[in-house]
Design a protein around this ligand. Structure first.
Ligand code: FES
Length: 133
């Protein structure tokens, strides 16, 4: 029996400058604390989605905006920019990160960088590939 205790520690991290953010109807790829983000501008409102499509890990930040959704560039799955819920197939979704604009910065709330992972032996679920040990 495996006991999994996950403490979700998050922090607000600068994703990019407001001036670098995509224009209305555009998406871009960005990164915060090692988390790949698809930053989308839907009708003038920014959304930060997990960049990796749950289908085959297509880069949503290289896709496009359609209506209120982001379309994956690989096989055209469609995710609502605010909820992350897929139009099709029904039970799929991507994470949507809290986002705010402060001054000239676009900030997202993501998990804190896994500093203590080595000490606990955790970190297998990290989204970034370890460099090898
Ligand atoms: S990888 Fe996104 S739809 Fe296939």
């Amino acid at each position: 029996m495996e006991r999994v205790e996950e403490i979700a520690v998050t922090q607000w991290v600068r994703l990019c400058g407001v001036a670098e953010a995509p224009a209305v109807g555009q998406v871009m790829e960005a990164e915060a604390n090692g988390v790949a983000i698809c930053l989308a501008n839907v009708n003038g409102e920014l959304s930060a989605l997990d960049n990796w499509c749950p289908h085959r890990r297509g880069p949503l930040g290289q896709g496009w905006v359609e209506g209120e959704s982001v379309v994956c560039p690989w096989h055209s799955w469609v995710f609502h920019a605010k909820t992350g819920v897929a139009e099709y197939p029904e039970n799929e979704r991507v994470e949507v990160f809290p986002l705010k604009v402060e001054g000239e910065d676009v900030l997202v709330e993501v998990a804190e960088a896994p500093v203590a992972a080595e000490a606990t032996g955790a970190g297998e679920e990290s989204s970034s590939e370890p460099a090898g040990e």
